[in-house]
Write a protein of this length. Structure first.
Length: 657
């Protein structure tokens, strides 16, 4: 089958028809108008305002979709997402840090956070959202592939798009400007996708990479917020700047990217070969928060309870009409009140008026409040909350005095289940965007970039080139429950585990610390922890290292009692006394300080170990260990040789060795 321009134009018409049918079925226009306003009126194209059209509701409309959006987006979106990159092979461990720094810097520069938020709002309106990824160059959003150099020419159609030259980009594409293969029911089965642009006609004709633009159609397009532009019968009839519709078609079967302008009979641009070889699919990332059976486009999660919003407006309008009739009225005989006094009667600022006969004035009370109307409203609101999951605890509107603290915590945890599920979907979406952006960066980044490798401000900025991005990596993003109560509960449980299990020698303390740090929101916990000490070394070897002037750290896994005994015996031995006579005094002071500090730290660890085991047992001195070491030099004012007084913990041995 030959895929010429006519074939693609026919497919685009079929895709647009399917999109229009979906928009009508899923009420895109109603949801968009409702989400875009916080009140009950929306602005029209001509600048005027019209009331939101809902059955029977005059002034009783309650904009639940808008309130739902205001709580949903911050609940499911990962604040300030940080991508963590891990190598699949130890050989690429250093490059993993480069990739992590590069991708996070890129995501911050292109402000992908705002684009993802806009796509989440699209999911509430259209049921799905799109983000386009790519590399912007002088050739436009569609980079020129290998063997298709474009020289020094500059694309005209995207010159004012706000994208940065020679860098990656990611931006939200409106679902109303995306066309998808009408035969597909899953994104994995899509053969082609097309992005619909509206570009100025003069820029399209001046673009050096678009050919055969002489007879393309022109249209008026006053604002990006208007409806679909009206097409001229003749291009010269336009009184405002003329525009044209452009389709950028990505055909996976043909391995091509094609550009077709409205009204053309030939391809206006053809790029043979996929521009992004590292991607497994299209550079358009699809976000959906729910699924549809045998349909490509899922409905908005709001659509299921939108009729109840209209029903609530209807009931509220009846109640408000009823309340108007409840206003007390005054009955009197005809001509009992003069015309001037009648004006005072109906004037809300006037407290007194005169009548001819006060006995002929009677108070007439209207209808009483109907409790059934209030009960009906509450029932509708309860149904909306049950279907949407938009509970009072999620919205933060429940008075805490109404429920106990334990009940509140349990209810908050259960009410956030659906929001947590959506947050996990958004997390995976951001992670997929990061992975594809990395593939694009590694393919097109020609010049080194300077980025901060770690969060430590004292670390110098490093320069990363393409070779430093080689390797295979996995990506991760931590998305926590946005409920503050649930997050604090998770931190508390991790801290309880740490304090309860740390004293036991069978426990892996490092794993407990990592679990606590992860509960606090950290993923790459290795940056916050010292490297593992490994197996403890022989205390005699430590003596030989310290005699040479080398500081030796204390290993938490060593036998502190044995090490203290060996170090004490060595300091009292003839061998050490002979060294004192042979080594210069200045060098000897340094060695004595090293021994003192090491023994002091070992004593502290030993004391903490004894306290965790139930307290230090008082008894006779251990043979071979000097009393000063055993007691840890706890006397006030004692200090290690060559050091300063430290009253916070036990001290090491002093002079005389």
């Amino acid at each position: 089958m030959k895929k010429d321009v006519a074939w693609y134009v026919g497919e685009l018409k079929r895709a647009r028809k399917k999109r229009s049918m979906t928009a009508k079925e899923y009420e895109w226009d109603t949801l968009k108008e409702t989400i875009n306003t916080a009140g009950m009126y929306v602005e029209t194209v001509d600048g005027s305002f019209k009331q939101i059209e809902t059955p029977h509701s005059d002034s009783g409309y309650v904009n639940w979709p808008w309130a739902y959006k205001e709580a949903f987006v911050p609940s499911v979106y990962s604040r300030h997402p940080q991508v963590y990159v891990f190598p699949t092979q130890p050989l690429h461990k250093a490059n993993a840090k480069n990739v992590q720094a590069n991708i996070n810097a890129t995501m911050n520069e292109i402000n992908i956070s705002e684009e993802v938020k806009r796509s989440i709002v699209d999911c509430l309106v259209y049921g799905h959202g799109w983000i386009k990824l790519g590399w912007y160059t002088q050739y436009g959003q569609l980079p020129v592939g290998a063997g298709q150099a474009g020289g020094d020419k500059q694309s005209e159609i995207d010159i004012n798009s706000g994208l940065i030259d020679d860098s990656a980009y990611a931006y939200r594409v409106s679902p109303e400007q995306m066309l998808v293969d009408p035969e597909a029911t899953r994104y994995e089965d899509v053969r082609w996708v097309a992005q619909e642009y509206f570009h100025p006609l003069d820029a399209v004709k001046a673009d050096p990479f678009l050919k055969h633009t002489k007879n393309i159609s022109a249209m008026t397009y006053g604002s990006r917020d208007d409806d679909i532009p009206s097409i001229f019968e003749k291009p010269t009839e336009g009184k405002v700047r003329q525009w044209t519709r452009v389709y950028e078609i990505w055909d996976k079967e043909e391995d091509k990217v094609l550009t077709i302008c409205e009204g053309t009979e030939k391809f206006n641009r053809v790029q043979n070969g996929w521009p992004y070889h590292g991607l497994k699919g299209f550079p358009f990332k699809l976000l959906t928060l729910n699924t549809a059976i045998d349909k490509f486009f899922p409905p908005s999660p709001i659509l299921a309870w939108l009729p109840m919003v209209n029903e609530l407006g209807f009931v509220r309008s009846i109640r408000m009409d009823h309340m108007e009739k409840m206003v007390n009225k005054i009955c009197c005989e005809e001509n009992n009140i003069d015309e001037e006094e009648m004006k005072k009667l109906i004037d809300p600022n006037c407290e007194y008026f005169e009548v001819r006969d006060i006995e002929k004035i009677k108070d007439f009370r209207g209808l009483q409040p109907d409790p059934n109307l209030y009960a009906c409203e509450d029932k509708i609101i309860q149904t909306i909350r049950e279907i949407s999951g938009f509970s009072e605890l999620v919205s933060g509107s429940i008075p805490y005095s109404k429920i106990a603290a334990t009940t509140s915590a349990i209810a908050a945890q259960h009410s956030a289940v659906r929001f947590q599920h959506a947050a996990q979907i958004v997390k995976n979406f951001i992670k997929d965007c990061a992975k594809d952006l990395f593939m694009i960066i590694r393919e097109y980044q020609e010049y080194p970039v300077s980025v901060q490798i770690t969060s430590d401000p004292n670390v110098d900025i490093s320069t990363i080139d393409r070779k430093m991005l080689d390797g295979e990596f996995t990506f991760n993003i931590l998305v926590e429950d946005m409920s503050e109560a649930s997050r604090q509960e998770k931190i508390k449980l991790a801290y309880d585990d740490l304090t309860a299990l740390a004293p036991f020698p069978e426990t892996k303390n490092r794993a407990l610390i990592q679990k606590y740090l992860e509960a606090r929101g950290h993923i790459n916990t290795d940056e916050l922890m010292n490297p593992p000490m490994g197996m403890p070394v022989d205390p005699m070897f430590e003596n030989s290292q310290m005699v040479q002037g080398t500081e030796v750290p204390v290993n938490p896994n060593e036998d502190f009692s044995l090490h203290l005994r060996v170090h004490s015996e060595f300091l009292d031995s003839p061998t050490f006394q002979q060294l004192r006579a042979q080594i210069p005094e200045q060098m000897m002071v340094q060695i004595r300080n090293i021994f003192s500090q090491h023994i002091q730290m070992t004593s502290r660890h030993y004391e903490q170990q004894q306290q965790q085991a139930g307290g230090r047992q008082q008894g006779p001195p251990t043979p071979g260990v000097s009393p000063s070491i055993q007691s840890g030099q706890r006397q006030a004012g004692s200090a290690p040789v060559g050091g300063t007084t430290n009253q916070a913990g036990p001290q090491g041995p002093q002079g005389g060795y």
